[in-house]
Structures are given as C-alpha cells and as structure tokens.
Design a protein around this ligand. Sequence first.
Ligand code: ADP
Ligand code: MG
Ligand code: ZN
Length: 495
Amino acid sequence: MSEGTPLFRGYEVVVGLEVHTQLLTKTKMFCRCENRFGASPNTLVCPVCLAHPGSLPVLNPQAVRLGLRAGLAAGCTVNPVSVFERKHYFYPDLPKGYQISQYAHPLLSGGTLRVRTSAGDRTIRIHRMHLEEDAGKNLHAGIPDKSHVDLNRAGVPLLEIVSEPDIRSPDEAVDYLKRLRQLLRATRVSDGNMEEGSFRCDINLSVRRPGAPFGTRVEIKNVNSFRFVHKAMLHEIDRQIDAVEAGETIRQETRLFDPSSGTTKPMRSKEEALDYRYFPDPDLPPLRVEETMVEEERRAMPELPEHRVTRLVETLSLPLADAETIVGEEALAAYFEEGVSLLEATPATRGDKGRERWLSLVLSEVLREFNRRGEGVLSGVTAPSAVVPLVGKVCSGDLSFSQAKEVYQKAVEEGVDPLAIVSRSNLAQISGEGELLSLVEAVLAENPSEVDAYRKGKDRLFAFFVGGVMKKSRGKANPEKVGEILRAKLGSPSS
Ligand code: ADP
Ligand code: MG
Ligand code: ZN
C-alpha cells in the first residue's frame, strides 16, 4: 500500500466517496409523478410524494433495473433480497419526516472500478450500491427572509454508490468520479448532470502517517463539481494535518464545502448526531429480485467505456489518450465510429491514412464545436455521412487537410453541406505537375541566396521553400507534391 502512495506534508490521505446519482426513470421511485428536472415548483407532485396520510408507496421496477445495471457494470453481487428502511430526520424538504433508503440489506454488494491515473492504473473497490429516494429542495434565492420548498424532486430515485476507503489523493478521487460518471452515462443509468444535481458526492477523508492505522474521518457533504471535489479535499487535507501537528485530535464530524472561500466548515458533529432510527418500512415488502430480470439486464448491457477504449486502441490503433478523449463523450464516440465504418466502405479512404485524418478532424474541429454547441453538431450537414467525404477529398489529394478543416468550419457556421462549399469556393487543391513546377521554379528564382545556402548544407531552408510555394498558390498547392518537386529541383544539401 505504501509504495507509490502520494504523501502530503509526510501524511497519507485516505478517502472513501459516497456518490448519489439520480436514475433515468420516467417516473419517481414510489409514485407515478414524472421524474424531470426544471419544471415549475411543485407541479410534479401527488399525495404519495407530498406525504398525505393514507397514501402508500408502490415501487417503480425501472429504478430496480437501472440499479442492477449499474451494479452489474461494476461487477457487484446482486443480493436476491434487499430491504427498504425508513431513515428519520427533520428537514423542511422531507415531508414524511423520513427518507426511504436501504440500510442493513442493500441491493448490491462489492464491486470494483478501474481507474487510469497519472500514476498508473488503480482498482478502487466499491463497498455497496443501494436504492433510495431524493428529498425536495429549499429555494432561498431572490426571496428575502423566506425559504420556499419545491417538492418536484421529492421521491426521485437515487442510487447511492459507496466506495471503500481506497482513494489516496484528490487527483485519484476526481479520476474515480469521472470513470463512475462515464460508466453511468454509457449504461444510461443516469445523465450524470452535475449542474442539475443528478450526480453529487460526499467525501470521507482522513490523514495518517504511512503505516499507521486509519485516522478519524471527516465527511464533506454534497459537493457537486469535479473542481470543488478537488479544492475541498486539498483544503481539508491541510486543515487535518495542521490539527494533528498542533496536537489536536480530529473530531468525527460533517462539514460543508464553501466554494466562495474554498474552505470547509462544520455542519453537525457525528457524536451528537441524530439517531436516524432506521427500521424496515412496513409499507414496502422486502425487494426480491427475479433472476430473469438480472439476466435481461446482463444481456442488454452495452459495451462499457473501458472496453471501448481498449477496442479502439487495439483494432483501430488509436493512441490511448485519443481513445480516452473520444470515449469520454458517448455521442462523440458514436460519431467517430460511424465515420470509421463509412471510411472503410470506400476503397479510396480505407485504412490507416483515411482513419488518421478522420481522427485528427474529430479531435480538433468536431470536438471543439461539440464542446461549444453541443450534440447538434453531430447531425445534419455535419453528420459523419456529410463530413467523411471531405476526408475522401484529402485522401485523393483534391484538398489539403487545413482546407478540409476550413470547410468543416464553414459548414458548421453556415449550415451548408461541406461538399457544396468545396465546389462553390473553387478550393480544389493544385496537384497538376506542370502548374506546381512553375510555382516551384518561381520561388527558387526569387530566392537565389537561400537556394545557395541550402545547397551548402542549410537544410532547414527546405520548409522555407515549401512555405513560399504554398503562399504563392494561396494555400492551394498540394504540399506533399510540392515537397517532391522541390527535392528533385534542389538535390540533397551537401553537409
Ligand atoms: P457510514 O456513513 O454509514 O458511517 P461507513 O462508515 O461505512 O458509512 O463509511 C462511509 C464512507 O467512509 C465509505 O466510503 C468509506 O470508504 C469511508 N471511510 C470509512 N472509514 C474511513 C476513514 N478512516 N477515512 C476515510 N474514509 C473512510
Ligand atoms: Mg454515510
Ligand atoms: Zn408523486
């Protein structure tokens, strides 16, 4: 454990994460209200999620399915019987006075997540995953001296994913969270939207001298961005080490991260923590998971991100970092792969050359537009079927790669088919020997002293001549052919 473990001021950091992720069901967990973000307050409610007396919860099987899917994707064990319990506490966004959760008997146990970190591959163990319902939301903004309560979120299904205390640094925590979010998105368990609160995280953190037993942990509640997770941890690490160095003992407590100050502040202490008085919910029978449902979810499992990365590296020879970038966005990965099959379908673009150009185009232009404008740029006039022909033009020598990029840009901006832009703007690359030869000769004639210097061994000037020809042709000359002709004309430099 100690070798390769990062140290902070001589201390080891021990972290376990509890992630709450909203499940992509159509309706809530125990009633048929719509599960949707952004509706006007208190429009998606009914007697069940408003806790009217006499209303009874009915479990949504889709929530169970999505929980199973996440668990299977992370190699968890499915517990054939799990139990919903009531977790009691008071807060205005919790009308029942308790949250329905799973406690002693969760839906899923064990599991692992492989994480690629800058320090190499690490396996983080998952302790458990269980189902529970979300609470409503208190609204404070823009209402002086008052808080309002929106119960649209009350009863939305959550999966809580609890890691073992295997994480050893803020970087590793962020890598774990990104992997987990990617897995949940790829399996369509959750949209993982952190701004909308569908992926939130509690950080349990302690410090110790290498080799010492685990220290007392502090829990930082509800951190909702990767950046804040990182910042909160760095601050908390320093705070705990300062305390230990000053001879204080760390108190087990719950703290909140304050993004404006970048610090954590105490929320409530765990020793005096309320007793949640968990007990099995008498309105809900134990959850028995049918083997057929598990099998269906297992069979319907899409390709997992980790596997997809490996496949792209092994079968398409993509560099690992590029494969990670592409698989990082599900929609971009689908776009890239659709393009690859189109390239393969045509002899002129089949093979490494076409694929390398397609990869560069996707990683530069398409990715930038995707980040700027969203998934829209992956369809319509910039769908693979419209953009791949541009790569074809590059392969046949009709366009330079930089021209292809420009055309792609124009297509996005104007909403016009790329090939229409090519024919409209007379972009066709100059590849004819005769025309190129006269351009080369003109450039050499204009620069006699450079030609002389080149022949005497200053071979760096080669790029200068190529540049001169490209400029003269207003970027339309085929650079590879220009190089060939130049080499023939100049001979090799004597050095
Ligand atoms: P509970 O919140 O019910 O007390 P646990 O004690 O099982 O739950 O732990 C909650 C989280 O805290 C888990 O993610 C676990 O990995 C992590 N954890 C447990 N002990 C430590 C520790 N000493 N330092 C840091 N994290 C810890
Ligand atoms: Mg906890
Ligand atoms: Zn409802």
